[in-house]
Design a protein. Structure first.
Length: 132
């Protein structure tokens, strides 16, 4: 399965329904299941403020926490950016020419899976038994 590492609180914002797009400077042609992995890097002061603003607590680090479906990759335009709610703008970098990866939550893991993260898209071998 493909995986992607995100800083907190961005990863948990996906679970909470606050973030339906992951914003990136690069496009991907990949579509399908995507394991969301949380970085081991602790919150910066700016991200602590963001987590507090949305009452996001009990953050996991260095673990797969949710399985999503990467449904689309959309190049951002002024019109697309204008249509985004404040939560999307708070949890992403929305500027023309960047990309919004549309995510659909498939499974929130009751028992997050410890894993080493990597940059870009990476592969992880997850058995159905692992995804509880």
């Amino acid at each position: 399965m493909k995986a992607f590492t995100l800083y907190q609180p961005y990863a948990t914002a996906i679970i909470l329904g606050l973030k339906k797009y992951e914003t990136r400077s690069w496009a991907t042609s990949y579509r399908g299941p995507l394991a969301i992995h949380t970085s081991v890097k602790k919150l910066s002061p700016e991200l602590k403020k963001l987590a507090k603003r949305y009452n996001i607590t009990n953050l996991e680090y260095g673990k797969i926490i949710v399985i999503c479906e990467l449904q689309d990759c959309i190049e951002m335009t002024d019109e697309i950016i204008k249509r985004q709610p404040i939560t999307e703008k708070d949890f992403g970098i929305w500027t023309p020419g960047r990309y919004a990866w549309k995510l659909k939550v498939l499974k929130i893991l009751k028992e997050p899976i410890p894993a080493r993260g990597y940059q870009m898209l990476w592969n992880i071998d997850l058995a159905e038994k692992d995804i509880k």
